[in-house]
Design a protein. Structure first.
Length: 255
C-alpha cells in the first residue's frame, strides 16, 4: 500500500509540474514553421501576422527562435505590449528576418486612448531585427490615468519598437514612418514623460546596436516634457551605431 500510495503521489506531483510548466510557457507559437535557422517560423499572410502579434502579447516571446517575413504587409496591429512597469512587458526576444519585405503601419489614436505605446514591435528584449522595411503613419494624441485618476504621461512611440531592453541588434533596416506624437493642450499634467524615436522610443537598459540602418520618415509634434531622437527617443542604456544614416523627410517638433 505504501508503494502504491507513493506512486500515486509521484504521479500527481509530475502532473502538477507538467501543468505548471504548460501554464508558465504558454501554448506553442501558432505560426507555421519550426523556429530554427533552416526552418524558421514564417509570416506569409495578414492572419500569420495577427497570430505572431497575439502570441507575443500572450507571453510567447520566441526567445532564440527565428521568424521570417515572406510578404509585404499592411497592419495596425502591433506585436506584444510595453508598460511603464517593466515586469509586465510582453516582449519579442527572438530573431526576426524581414527578408527585404515592407510592413506598412497606419495607426491613429484618439485624445484619451489608454493603449498608448505605439510601434510595430512594442518591446524588444535580447532580440535581433534584420532586413526589415517599415513605412506608414503613427499618430498619437492622448494620455492615460493611474493612481486615483492623476494624469500621467508615459508613452513610447517609434517606427520600429516602443521599448528596448537587454542586448539588441537592429541591422540592415530602413524606416520611413511618419511619427506624430502630441500631448493634448487642454489637460493639466502632473508628470510628462514621453519618448519618440525614428526606430526606438526608449532604450530602457542594456545595449542596443544599430548597423547599416536608415531613417527617412518624419518626426512631428511635441510639447514640453517630450523627448525626441532621430533613432532613439531616450537612452537609459547604451546605444551604438555602425554605418547608419538619419535622413528625415521632415522634422517639426517642440521640445
Amino acid at each position: 500500500m505504501k508503494t502504491l500510495s507513493c506512486t500515486i503521489r509521484c504521479f500527481l506531483v509530475l502532473l502538477l509540474v507538467t501543468f505548471s510548466a504548460n501554464m508558465m510557457w504558454g501554448q506553442n507559437p501558432r505560426l507555421p514553421g519550426k523556429g530554427t535557422i533552416d526552418e524558421p517560423y514564417y509570416i506569409k499572410t495578414y492572419d500569420d501576422w495577427q497570430h505572431f502579434a497575439y502570441d507575443v502579447a500572450d507571453g510567447i516571446d520566441y526567445a532564440n527562435q527565428y521568424v521570417r517575413l515572406d510578404t509585404n504587409l499592411n497592419t495596425d496591429i502591433f506585436v506584444g505590449s510595453a508598460s511603464w512597469t517593466e515586469s509586465i512587458d510582453q516582449s519579442f526576444n527572438g530573431i526576426f528576418n524581414g527578408n527585404g519585405y515592407t510592413i506598412t503601419v497606419n495607426y491613429t489614436s484618439n485624445s484619451y486612448q489608454k493603449d498608448f505605446h505605439k510601434g510595430l514591435l512594442r518591446c524588444l528584449n535580447n532580440a535581433t531585427i534584420v532586413n526589415l522595411r517599415v513605412e506608414g503613419n503613427i499618430y498619437i494624441h492622448g494620455y492615460h490615468s493611474i493612481f486615483g485618476g492623476s494624469n500621467y504621461i508615459d508613452r513610447y512611440s517609434a517606427g520600429l519598437a516602443c521599448k528596448a531592453k537587454g542586448s539588441n541588434l537592429i541591422s540592415n533596416c530602413r524606416v520611413a514612418v511618419n511619427i506624430t506624437a502630441k500631448i493634448p493642450d487642454d489637460v493639466g499634467y502632473e508628470n510628462k514623460d514621453t519618448h519618440s524615436g525614428g526606430y526606438v522610443g526608449l532604450v530602457a537598459n542594456g545595449c542596443t546596436v544599430f548597423s547599416n540602418c536608415l531613417f527617412e520618415g518624419r518626426l512631428l509634434g511635441g510639447n514640453s516634457g517630450h523627448s525626441w531622437g532621430g533613432f532613439v527617443g531616450e537612452a537609459q542604456g547604451a546605444v551604438y551605431f555602425n554605418h547608419c544614416l538619419f535622413s528625415p523627410a521632415q522634422i517639426n517638433v517642440d521640445l
